[in-house]
Design a protein around this ligand. Sequence first.
Ligand SMILES: Nc1ncnc2c1ncn2[C@@H]1O[C@H](COP(=O)(O)OP(=O)(O)O)[C@@H](O)[C@H]1O
Ligand SMILES: [Mg+2]
Length: 329
Amino acid sequence: MLARDGPAIETRGVTRRFESRKGFLFRDITRTDALQGVDLTVERGSIFGLLGPNGAGKTTLTKILSTLLLPTGGEARVLGHDVSRDADWLRPRIGLVLGGERGLYNRVSGRDNLRYFADLYGIPPVEREARIRTVLERVDLSTAADRRVEEYSRGMKQKLHLARGILHRPEILFLDEPTIGLDPKSARETRKLIRSLVVDGVTIFLTTHYMFEAEELCPQLAILSKGRIVARDSVDNLRQLVGGDRTLEAEAYGFEDRELATLRHLPGVSKVVEEEYGPATRLTIRVRTEETGVDEVRRVLPGHDELSVRERRTSLEDVYLDLVEEEAR
Ligand SMILES: Nc1ncnc2c1ncn2[C@@H]1O[C@H](COP(=O)(O)OP(=O)(O)O)[C@@H](O)[C@H]1O
Ligand SMILES: [Mg+2]
């Protein structure tokens, strides 16, 4: 067994296959390999982000790690304990908030919802009310606590979900797309709340398909594509992985192959990608060093009337598109 101060999460070759039957007498079996060998280590006390497009397997992995679903292969340990064998030990130590609006009792108040979950979690009755008050304050729902949940906005419901997720003081909190469907203000408040939880020493495992959210919240992240981890590192290192943290964009009405070749030979240029951009063509130039900038690019692209060149920082979106596309190739 792993030591107590070992990683929060460790998986080796985790796979999950779904089989669904359809057609006459349910004879047609469709198999989906949602996870195809996931190796992951998540250290304690931080926010770890799992980023991936829809259908990548994020929810499946979250459910496996939070003991809701069994893996069909491989091994997954959370807090040093096997998710399949030690589920009873793990459950009280885990918080889980799945996206969407389900799982709350709309006809009763927010506070009554939390009372119900407190009893379910086995929180001692003498502690219950104080504990509920604390988490309601934490998620900024104190004033709305005695209103019925059906009157809550989407953002307030999500806050109540988070309150439920931390009520039993879990060591590790799983958040599956916590801001999906929220308006920008609620999403911002939710992210602020998530950041504040880390301060208390909670390890947070968060999935998202919003690049900026992962960039903003997660010092470390992994990119999941078609059931496989295609990269795992800090945002800054991921930028280097795809060829540098500077990106130049040049737009004009068509470029010649010879010009692309020249660009590729400029100092520090690691990659030049050409794409249609409306009626124009856009070149995305990834640069590793300071030597090549807007001026150098302009100099090797003479004779274009409508040339525009600008520089921006390589974004996580660039990284993501590079890696997810590489995987698709
Ligand atoms: N219960 C299920 N039965 C059949 N297929 C499923 C089931 N759950 C998920 N899948 C499939 O597994 C893949 C991964 O799904 P999911 O984990 O929900 O991805 P994500 O959360 O990244 O969008 C998808 O192709 C999805 O259709
Ligand atoms: Mg999902």
